[in-house]
Design a protein around this ligand. Structure first.
Ligand SMILES: [Zn+2]
Length: 282
């Protein structure tokens, strides 16, 4: 699922492999950008902020994209895909780059990127380094009555967490996803663990919260509703997207994450995910 780490991996790959490339053919089928001709322009840089991707071209123009749940990019021939799914189809003298099923795409003046990022919280996977956990914690607590998972998903508070982290971090912490952020003691430990996990996953590639089998994407609870808890063996339960205020399916273990828990269990984080190289709690 495209989260901040996915976007960091993507932006770094484009930066590494396509910056300096000249566009030799251009087929833009997304309705917002159809008709724009990039032939002859050069990709000058690429970066991500949270889940937003910015591909910059000379003439100070930026292609801004958001993948939501469906979009992805391919770096080699994508001819097997129907043309209508290849919404951004660029051929360059460094090879093709193809945006498949990209739901949001627009061209903006490069100087206007900040109009988009100004509304977002600290970027978890920034190239410049990790955000300050204290500042992220304060941002999450901005509205104390907000449910933990809703706060983690709110990109205005912190940019980059998606459902994998918004569901697995409460599990690792032993806190119920609906617990109000203002009632959770030790929230900064969850934040520190989350920053470590997502940044290390951005560095390595797979989206892994398990701390084992690190060469593949794997989660403790996300996407495992109805299966057995990897820790206590009870069956994982969940709520549908229209049953929670934040509108996304949530999975949890009622035994590991009792509604009565009001503190982040640091020992539990260490025990469950301490082998993940991104977990380095003091
Ligand atoms: Zn459990």
């Amino acid at each position: 699922m495209p989260e901040g780490d996915t976007l960091r991996v993507l932006a770094d790959r484009i930066q590494r492999s396509r910056v300096g490339a000249r566009v030799t053919a251009c087929h833009l089928r997304h309705p917002r950008i159809a008709g724009v001709d990039l032939v002859g322009t050069t990709m000058t840089s690429c970066d991500a902020y949270g889940k937003h991707l910015f591909i910059r071209f000379d003439e100070r123009t930026t292609l801004h994209c958001h993948l939501l749940m469906t979009g992805r990019w391919m770096f080699d021939r994508a001819d097997t895909m129907p043309a209508w799914r290849r919404r951004i189809d660029l051929h360059t003298d460094h090879g093709p780059i193809v945006g498949v099923d990209i739901p949001i795409a627009e061209f903006i003046p490069t100087r206007h990127e900040r109009l988009i990022t100004a509304h977002l919280g600290p970027d978890l996977c920034a190239r410049s380094g990790p955000p300050d956990p204290t500042a992220v914690t304060a941002s999450l607590r901005g509205t104390p009555g907000t449910a933990l998972t809703a706060a983690l998903l709110d990109q205005r508070r912190v940019a980059g967490f998606g459902n994998v982290y918004a569901v697995d971090l409460p599990f690792l912490s032993g806190v119920h996803p609906t617990t109000p952020v203002g009632e959770i003691n030790g929230l900064e430990h969850l934040v520190t663990a989350g920053i470590g996990l997502i940044r290390e996953n951005a560095r390595r590639g797979p989206q892994n919260t398990l701390g084992r089998e690190m060469d593949r994407s794997a989660a403790w609870v996300q996407g495992r509703r109805g299966q057995l808890c990897r820790h206590c063996g009870d069956r994982l339960v969940g709520r549908d997207d229209d049953d929670v205020e934040w509108g996304r399916i949530v999975t949890f273990c009622a035994t590991c994450q009792p509604l009565t828990a009001t503190a982040v269990d640091v020992d539990r984080i260490r025990a469950l995910a301490g082998s993940h190289p991104g977990i380095a709690l003091g």
